[in-house]
Design a protein around this ligand. Sequence first.
Ligand code: HEM
Length: 232
Amino acid sequence: MLDNFFFVALPYIAVLLFAGGSVYRAFTGVKTAFRGRLTWSARGDLLWTTRSTGFFGRASVGTSALSLHWGLVILVVAHGVGFIGGAGGWPVLVDFFRWAGMFGGLLVFYGASWAFVRRLVVPQLRAMSTREDYLVLLFLIVIPGLGLYHSVVQIAFGVSYAVGPWLGSLFTLQPDPKLVAGAPLVAKVHMIANFIFLAYLPFTKLVHVFSYPMAYITRPYISMRSYVGLKR
Ligand code: HEM
């Protein structure tokens, strides 16, 4: 019964909310004049941005932002490769997931933990931080934390051989929760936390993932000088 909810209903609800919520948000915005009207509003949705903290305590960001973002890219690729390997029974791909996932997981865990601490200890950041800022970081600490605990502390890697076919059953709309019924609890909680995160994402600043600045490489430089530099 619980498995039916967590490993059939929840993944579908999460994907529907993730896709539908993102499209809805892009077209009507939140807290914008566009709300309720179906029009391309992402540019008017001022909460679409990440509310950069670079203004305050830039130096304290250190390598955390880089680690967090590259770690996430590595994790997405590693999970995809691992699940394909698990579904097809290809150990080399599952092994790739194991080591690349560990590397990406450590990067995200470090980056998100540091970002969280920074918000607490830099007074200006604490003042500008909202509950959402903390909540998304908590997800980004707990989710890789559980993944790492499962694979590095419990040394129970290999669940991909069950998760791959189960994800396949969801894709083909013939969901079979029995495929993951025997997975370790930590791996199950990892996946459940992920689906909740996925469902929540469209309603947070994380929608900025859809706005990757494609023109970044070709656009002219933007000059950002410090006040001290300007006075000289
Ligand atoms: C729907 C999305 C996800 C699913 C279904 C999922 C599932 C899994 C599973 C089953 C494992 C264990 C693999 C095995 O034992 O063979 C795992 C490992 C892991 N996951 Fe996820 N995961 C998802 C998203 C994420 C996200 C978003 C993060 C980070 C923010 C993450 C971080 C990790 C880490 C760090 C590991 C350990 C990798 C290693 O040490 O080799 N996962 N995941």
